[in-house]
Design a binder for this molecule. Structure first.
Ligand SMILES: [Zn+2]
Length: 119
């Protein structure tokens, strides 16, 4: 059975489980958050390279893309530079989507095993 279909059809069971085990799950979520707090900080403070060529913090990319420095650099860029950057970005995006899909499949499989164990 498809994971999405399983999730859709067993929504009530999953919801009931969540309600029955609310305190345990909240405790687990909090522990997970605390365990990964450093990882989150590291991710959020990470630097990425904007397509204008300037290195910016992940959290300030949107602000950077509105400022004059970025706008003037982009205006001076050649169309071919933009196309090359976009091609590379598209390739990277596809790769990360593939990785994400793999992770989601893994989590769904674990979820199925978990749900089967309960029932
Ligand atoms: Zn930029």
């Amino acid at each position: 059975m498809c994971c999405r279909k399983y999730t859709r059809e067993n929504g009530a069971v999953r919801k009931k489980y969540r309600m029955d085990h609310l305190t345990e799950l909240k405790k687990y979520d909090k522990q997970y958050y605390m365990r990964n707090i450093e990882k989150r900080k590291e991710y959020k403070s990470g630097k990425i390279i904007c397509f204008c060529g300037i290195s910016v913090g992940r959290s300030s990319l949107a602000r950077h893309q509105k400022n004059n420095r970025h706008i003037s650099r982009v205006a001076k860029m050649q169309l071919s530079d933009v196309k090359t950057f976009l091609k590379e970005a598209k390739k990277n995006l596809k790769e990360s989507q593939r990785k994400l899909k793999k992770d989601i499949d893994h989590v769904s499989r674990l979820e199925l095993i978990f749900c089967d164990a309960i029932l």
